[in-house]
Design a protein around this ligand. Structure first.
Ligand SMILES: Cc1ncc(COP(=O)(O)O)c(C=O)c1O
Ligand SMILES: N[C@@H](CCCC[NH3+])C(=O)O
Length: 420
């Protein structure tokens, strides 16, 4: 069942007609479906049914909304966090500290110590330097930080270059050629309980082959480390599974992914961690927007100007990403248009020469697949503030993030006396 679907000619989120949300909450607004989040969580977990000992840690960066995290906590997920702020969100949503994994190349001393205080389940160490710093900090408190070493397998994930993380030239992880040496040094430090390795080669992967290659390299490393006398009990396989943004895109299903993982890891004898983000949240959300006006083009198609902009949904401007754009009450007529926001740069273009539903001033429309890397990447550029977020559950909905208008942001600023 599609939880964002046309019924009686009107697009619904579960049983709630989107015009009702637009009327009551205003636009633009992110709308998430609880049923879709739960279905995706279930399907992902079912895909991994043959992996007995595991933690599924939702990548909080993809959608850090507290209500979304709560849905996933109730589905049995933990959290993959990359900042102190994300860690506090996961804890606030009720995730057990032991079910929290902390990744990222630039964890500060403050964040490391905050995570030690919280007693999180795993630090994914991304450099020799970070490992030493964490060990010193933990030892000084009489703690031993549970950790994995994130390796960089130098595998091309065949995704957008800005979201590829496993090539040698990327900043992430420790190059395989140094991994044995770094592991040996860090495993000997008092403040660390170095118990395994982690890998994550990129996001929006549409092919299993790079993942399988990377996991194969991890398997070889685990065998080498064991041979060198290390005890390896944990491996973190990261996230990255892609989702369809447009017709014709066919990412591997969670079942196919799970079957590959089960086959590759069957003899490893370790606890496995997974860090899915987009595959859980991406198609569980839309950005609902209203057409401000339609402007005639110069020598091209008309401009459909919507009240959402690149500050609300950055992916098209940042990565040239495609998001399906549909009318909430399609008339049946079609149009070829440039879909743009109000921001003062040409980059504020959601789609160029796009065939879409014919729309006029005041009509509602959605950008699909906006539940991951949508609201979380918003900025207040052009003093536009932050849009509200709504969670739909059957025939009811709740505002799960208030709109923060430009005035509230301005209230946090001041002109110093010596300048007044
Ligand atoms: C370390 C790590 N884990 C998990 C993820 C989640 O990735 P995705 O949303 O593609 O599943 C990311 C982002 O690519 C990441 O950097
Ligand atoms: N922000 C990216 C994904 C980044 C993945 C982070 N590791 C996107 O929207 O596609």
């Amino acid at each position: 069942m599609d939880h964002f679907a046309l019924r009686d000619g009107v697009l619904h989120a579960e049983d709630v007609p989107l015009p009702r949300i637009a009327e009551e909450v205003g636009t633009p607004v992110y709308v998430y479906s609880r049923a879709t989040l739960e279905r995706h969580a279930r399907v992902f977990a079912e895909g991994l049914a043959d992996v007995p000992d595991k933690l599924i840690a939702f990548a909080v960066k993809s959608n850090p909304n507290l209500a979304v995290l709560k849905v996933l906590q109730r589905a049995g997920f933990g959290a993959d966090v990359v900042s102190g702020g994300e860690m506090r969100r996961a804890l606030a949503a009720g995730m057990a500290p032991e079910a929290i994994v902390f990744s990222g190349v630039g964890k500060t001393m403050h964040e490391l110590s905050e995570a030690l205080d919280a007693g999180i389940g795993q630090f994914n160490i991304e450099s020799r330097e970070e490992g030493r710093e964490l060990a010193e900090l933990a030892a000084a408190r009489g703690q031993s930080a549970p950790a994995c070493l994130r390796i960089n397998p130098d595998v091309d994930a065949k995704t957008h270059e800005k979201i590829s993380t496993g090539k040698a030239e990327n900043k992430f992880g420790i190059p395989l050629i140094h991994a044995r040496d770094v592991f040996a040094e860090l495993a000997g430090l008092e403040g660390l309980d170095l118990r395994g390795v982690a890998v994550h080669i990129g996001s929006q992967l549409l092919d299993l082959e790079p993942l399988e290659t990377a996991f194969g390299k991890v398997g070889e490393l685990v065998a080498d480390l064991r041979e060198a006398g290390h005890t390896i009990t944990h491996v973190d396989l990261g996230g990255g599974l892609g989702v369809p943004y447009k017709a014709g895109e066919n990412p591997p299903s969670p079942a196919e992914y799970g079957a590959m993982v089960a086959r590759v890891t069957k003899d490893w004898g370790v606890h496995l961690t997974f860090e899915p983000g987009r595959v859980i949240a991406g198609n569980a959300g839309v950005l609902l927007t209203r057409v401000v006006r339609v402007k005639r083009g110069g020598n091209g198609p008309p401009f459909v100007i919507v009240d959402a902009a690149m500050n609300d949904l950055a992916r098209p401007a940042l990565y040239g990403a495609w998001h399906d754009f549909e009318a909430v009450e399609p008339s049946g007529e079609r149009l070829t248009a440039n879909i743009v926001g109000p921001i003062c740069e040409t980059g504020d273009t959601f789609a160029r020469d796009r065939e879409c539903d014919a729309l006029k001033s005041g009509d509602l429309a959605v950008f699909r697949t906006a539940g991951a890397y949508g609201a979380t990447m918003a900025s207040s550029y052009n003093s536009r503030g932050f849009v509200a977020e709504v969670l739909v559950d059957g025939d009811k909905y709740a505002v799960v993030a208030d709109r923060i208008d430009a005035g509230a942001i301005m209230d946090a600023e001041r002109v110093p006396e010596w300048l007044a």
